[in-house]
Design a binder for this molecule. Sequence first.
Ligand SMILES: NC(=O)c1ccc[n+]([C@@H]2O[C@H](COP(=O)([O-])OP(=O)(O)OC[C@H]3O[C@@H](n4cnc5c(N)ncnc54)[C@H](OP(=O)(O)O)[C@@H]3O)[C@@H](O)[C@H]2O)c1
Length: 449
Amino acid sequence: MIGQEHEGTEVLCLDVDEDTDADTLCAELLGPWSPTMIALRRGGRHVTELAPLHLRDRSHQEGERPDGVHLITGGLGGLGLAVARHLSRTVPGIRLALVSRGAPDPRDERDETAAEDPRRHRQVTALRELEDLGARVRCYRADVADEAAMADVVRAVRADLGRIACVIHAAGVAGDGFLFRKDAGTFRATLAPKVLGATVLDLVTADDPPQLMVCFGSTTSVFGVAGQGDYTAANTYLDHFADHRTALGRRTVTVDWTDWLDTGMAFDHGVRRDQGFFRSISVEDGLGSLDEILAAPRSPVVVGEINYGMLGSVDPDLLAAQLRRAPLVLEESVRQRVAGAGGEPRRAPAEDAPAGPAPDEGVTLLGREDGGYSETEHQVARIWARELGLDRLNVHESAFSLGGDSLVALRMAQSIQKTMAVRVSMVDLFRYVTIADLAAHLDSKKSHG
Ligand SMILES: NC(=O)c1ccc[n+]([C@@H]2O[C@H](COP(=O)([O-])OP(=O)(O)OC[C@H]3O[C@@H](n4cnc5c(N)ncnc54)[C@H](OP(=O)(O)O)[C@@H]3O)[C@@H](O)[C@H]2O)c1
């Protein structure tokens, strides 16, 4: 992420062992640095490849689907409840243990805050629905990163519901902010539920390991997302945690989800659909894929479809440069399609996606009481409006809190260059994240020639 957030800084992650000799190391350091994560082990060179996998093609080994109590961390969150509902529908009489740091059980009528809090109200409604579907559901309050608290939870679950057959680790918090201004507390808070949480879950169930542990990771670990260094690190850890734990004989899968539509943290943060390298996924498709993964675990697996429509709108040279800096390589057939996407027309927005204003349509600017905005602010706003699909913009709001990511930033940089004839780097876009700041920066660049 340092390389993505600081243009001009190249970062290579070389994982070496004691067999790596100086010549091999020098060859890597002097080489093209593509991909940017390489492992050199026992004379071999290992890189990660993104390759198509059809889950319905059952040529790989199938496992036995876990049968018994399902413990879901983050169980009262968007995806946690969607999974709980799906399991309740498909596995009659399933026993579910839902863990989160919130109230012990949002159904507890003694807790008077529940009635006033819409999130808690939604949780209560969902829990009642699970019971109506015939599930036995218990809620437990704990921080998944707290080993002592989680040991207590596991003891309580076994006493209340029985043996734990499957752990679905869906606890997580979204990261926020570029590394150069992120404080340690924010970084730790984002890493804790995933990094410590996965490790704690393994430790506290070690005396009777579940048949399967499924960790909810994210496609951020595939290419990273600028401004999400902590979240990217946390999810990358989960990818490798699954490999490591499986190698120790305890079956573990990490699913790298793309943005879910209609529920969960991407939905709550207003992330616009189909904005990244992978297209967004419907709840129904997400749950269907989870079923396939539970039946025939593969890890790490990305669930999603490559967003060729969006890639087609990015300058092919810039896209190729981005991909060269990626931590992985694309399998040949994927690489060819991505390279060919440059010539494809951009996919029309789906019916329910907010339609962006046409390039020269007016955009309402907000944020100043006197209503005075400079011409540069209007120009920048038109570009943002088109890329973010909005027609009202506050000049003091960050593009990234409105759903922008590195691909959106890349296209913004191109548009600014094309329409305003000023050269801006990705670093500029990540440093000047509001319309007001970016416009001031562009004006000062123009005045300095
Ligand atoms: N939604 C998406 O589009 C998407 C895409 C990619 C990956 N994912 C991953 O899928 C998982 C579920 O996400 P979501 O969308 O359902 O998010 P969500 O609605 O925000 O739910 C996450 C849940 O995790 C719980 N949690 C956070 N930290 C915890 C901790 N230390 N201990 C115990 N519980 C904790 C939160 O509850 P409390 O705050 O009450 O503890 C919350 O209920 C996450 O790991 C996320 O990274 C989601």
